[in-house]
Each structure stands twice: as C-alpha cells, then as structure tokens.
Design a protein around this ligand. Sequence first.
Ligand SMILES: NC(=O)c1ccc[n+]([C@@H]2O[C@H](COP(=O)([O-])OP(=O)(O)OC[C@H]3O[C@@H](n4cnc5c(N)ncnc54)[C@H](O)[C@@H]3O)[C@@H](O)[C@H]2O)c1
Ligand SMILES: O=C(O)C(=O)C[C@]1(C(=O)O)C=C[C@@H](O)C=C1
Length: 367
Amino acid sequence: MHGKILIVGLGLIGGSLALAIKKQHPEARIYGYDVNTNELTTAKSLHVIDEEATSLREGAEIADVIILSTPVLQMEKVMKQLSQIELKNDVIITDTGSTKIGIMKLAEQLWHDTNVTFIGGHPMAGSHKSGVESAKDHLFENAYYVLTPYNHSLTRVDELKQWLRGTNAKFLVVDTEEHDYVTGVISHLPHIIASGLVNLARKEDERNPLIKMLAAGGFRDITRIASSNPQMWKDIVFHNRSNLLRLLNKWTEEIEKFQQVLERGDDLAISHFFADAKEYRDSLPVRSKGAIPAYYDLYVDVLDVPGAIAKVTTLLAEHGISITNLHIMENRKGLLGVLQINFSKHDDRSKAQTLLTYHNYKTYETA
Ligand SMILES: NC(=O)c1ccc[n+]([C@@H]2O[C@H](COP(=O)([O-])OP(=O)(O)OC[C@H]3O[C@@H](n4cnc5c(N)ncnc54)[C@H](O)[C@@H]3O)[C@@H](O)[C@H]2O)c1
Ligand SMILES: O=C(O)C(=O)C[C@]1(C(=O)O)C=C[C@@H](O)C=C1
C-alpha cells in the first residue's frame, strides 16, 4: 500500500509496528515523532523509520495514518494537540494503548462529526523491555490485536487491518468497557502483584541478603514483568483505576481465604487452592506468542562476529543442556544480533539462562 504513516512515540511498540508495516508495505513512507530526540535518531539510524518529523504538526499534516504509541496519559495530551492541527481529509488515527475507555471517550469528544476516523487499538503482546532498540517486526506474531472502533468508524477497520497485516496478529473487535475489565484481570492486576512481590522481597532483603542470592526460577518467572517501564504502568493503572480497585478487593479476598485455610491447617482446602489454579493454568490455549509460550525460548544478545553463536552452543553442550532449535532473529552489521534458543524443558532453559548470565551474556525469556 502507498501512503504516509506517522508513528508518535517510537519505543518498543511504535518501533515494532513501524518495522511490521514496512515489511509488508515497503512502498509506504514511515515518519516518526518522539519527544525524546535520541529515540528518534536511533529509530532513523536503525532504519525503523524513513524520516524524522521535527514536530508533531510537521508529521501529522501529511500523514494518511497516525499511530499513537506513547504511554496512555501522554496519548491524551498528543490527541488534544492533534485536534488543533489540520489533518488530511481521510486520515485514520489509531493508538496502541493498554487501556481503552479513557482514550475512546476523548477521541469521541475531539473528533465526533469530523472527517477524522479514530479506531482504538491494543496489540496484546509486548515485553518488559522498552525503547526502539528492542523493537522487532515479529513482536505481535500470532498475538491478539484488539480494535475498538466506533460504529461510525467500522467501515475503515478493514483498511487499518490491511496496513497492520505485517504484524501477523489476529484482530479482534472488542467493546471498550469489556477490554479494560479483561486486561485488568489478565495484565494490569498481575503487574501490580508482580511489583508488590518484588517490593516485599526488597524489604526482606534489607534484613537478609540471602534473598537476592537465592531468588531462582520461580521468583524470576512470576516477577519478570516487574522490570517493565514504570511510567507506562503508572499511566495504565491511573486509566483503569476503577476496575483495578474492584479487582484488588477480589484479590485481597482470595489471599485472605488462603490465609484462613492455612491458619486452620485445612490440608484439603490448601490442595484445592493449588489444584484449581493448576487446572485452569494448564487449560490456557498454547500459543507460540501471546499469553503462554508453546515451548521454552531464551533470547540471547550476541555480537555480530564470527564464532559468536558457536561459543554459546558449545557452552550449553559442555554443560549437558539440550536445545531443540536455534534461530538468529536479527543480524545488523556492527550491532548485536539476537539468538533465539528453543528448549523442550523449562528446567533446561533456567539452567541455560543461569549459565549464560554467569558468562556475561544478556538473556531474556521473551523477545
Ligand atoms: N510494552 C508493552 O508490553 C506494551 C504492549 C502493548 C501496548 N503497550 C502500550 O503501548 C504504548 C507504548 O508502550 P512502549 O512499551 O512502546 O513504551 P516505550 O517506553 O518503549 O515507548 C514510548 C515512547 O513514547 C515517547 N513519548 C512519551 N511521551 C510522548 C509525547 N508526548 N509525544 C511523543 N512521544 C512521546 C517516549 O519518549 C518513548 O520513546 C503504551 O501506551 C503502552 O501502554 C505496551
Ligand atoms: O510480556 C510482557 O512483558 C507484558 O507485560 C506484555 C503485556 C501483558 O501484560 O501481557 C503488557 C501490557 C500490554 O498492554 C500488553 C501486553
């Protein structure tokens, strides 16, 4: 497709969308705007965007599609700025925000009965990493991509999907209220709990330094997301405040119930607590991306120099750790490449991660 795309906010998500669009539509021109000029320059030098817009106005005036991928409270600010700019007649604006009610309400206020088509969006994949250096064209592969159009923007949903086809995501139209409730349950509350657990461990660590030394697979698995961008999560919980306050009450009840059965020493109820959770967790659909990985992946940053991959595989072989597959995900000259290693067992991935970290490699469990 031909056209000019403006990405506002060139971090992990904006950068990944830019790459996915460019892959599918090489003839499109991708413009970027970010308040952080370093991020913009990096995006240009990594060929994530074709052109840097020096102001929001400069990029917005010429764009056929505008994609907002800043933290959600900043998004409201940008939307208000956009409403003061004369945009192209048939422009489509979409966002990538993790919350939808506030954004859709504001879009309705700003652009109801105008020629601007606003279609809310939320790609349900990501990472605890932020910034354009972490952007990947395949970040959203097989993930759900929620769209929240108004009735009057429904006619342009297919056009937007065509622009976003390179994500290889599965599009799903969802009601905004339902979206914010569901993401509250499966994304926002878990982030609060993960950060709460880490804060608890941090306080205990002041009394007992063994805590940090012994923090192993279980603690790391459940708290990976606590390493996410704090500003982004502050904005999300503000936006989804009422759902989260209700969910936190339910969570407190759940934990208090467990506390009571533990105090009583009720072994049957304790077994049920774990068995019920296991049954539901095991029933979640297996996906190669999205909620649960189909196999155990480890991503390792490696230098783009001869022998770098052999070094990693030899290290694993010497320690009897079997791998099922290897994949080089990107390899730009002069920069780091990313090695994706598949393991059939969780235990093998944990051992590999510990070993490679010991040997000063940077490793991640998600791309
Ligand atoms: N990270 C995830 O896992 C994930 C997944 C799906 C959706 N989202 C949503 O996507 C959005 C972007 O998240 P991200 O992970 O890419 O964050 P990020 O921190 O990697 O990138 C955000 C970028 O927005 C820029 N920015 C901030 N305010 C701006 C402004 N006023 N104008 C222009 N640029 C501005 C920042 O400088 C930064 O480069 C957020 O709304 C987030 O809720 C995140
Ligand atoms: O995988 C992660 O690190 C994420 O936190 C991704 C995640 C999620 O909670 O699943 C985070 C926020 C987004 O709105 C969508 C996806």
